[in-house]
Write a protein that binds this ligand. Structure first.
Ligand SMILES: [Zn+2]
Length: 146
């Protein structure tokens, strides 16, 4: 659905960022042993509040000005699903393609370093194109771009 107005555009964007940060915090806290110990109660409270958020947020697909809120792309034959959130304020919408951070390709199909992928997000078509970067060649240490 289209967001009804600019205030909702901003709220949906901020809420998606908040949910992402909460998921990150939850992961880090678990990794560090806080989830079973000192911080278990507030972490459980946050988790139970957050549980409905992805479903509620998924109803909002477009900003009030008609732009998609999020674009999606698949890396490594769909093994990694990635997305890009476009800014809610049309004045902040990029005029040039936006590059993602580097995604490390998981080493489960072939052992060792499989290299990286970068997604270039197009602000006109709202699509992501994936570029693969091979790992450094052990013989000469140069990075081969294919
Ligand atoms: Zn703690």
């Amino acid at each position: 659905m289209y967001s009804p107005n600019r205030a909702t555009d901003e709220l949906v964007f901020a809420t998606r960022r908040l949910v992402g940060a909460v998921e990150w915090l939850d992961e880090i806290a678990s990794d560090h042993g806080h989830a079973d110990d000192c911080c278990a109660e507030p972490l459980d409270a946050i988790s139970s509040i957050k549980i409905d958020m992805p479903r509620l947020l998924s109803k909002f697909t477009h900003y009030s000005d008609g732009r998609p809120m999020i674009s999606y792309a698949e890396i490594d034959d769909g093994y990694i699903r990635t997305f890009h959130m476009w800014p809610p304020d049309p004045a902040d919408h990029p005029t040039e393609p936006v590059e993602s951070a580097m995604y490390e390709l998981p080493a489960d199909t072939k052992p060792g370093d499989r290299g990286h992928a970068i997604v270039t997000w197009c602000p006109v078509t709202f699509t992501g194109s994936v570029r693969y970067i091979s790992p450094p060649a052990p013989r000469n240490g140069l990075q081969v771009v294919r």
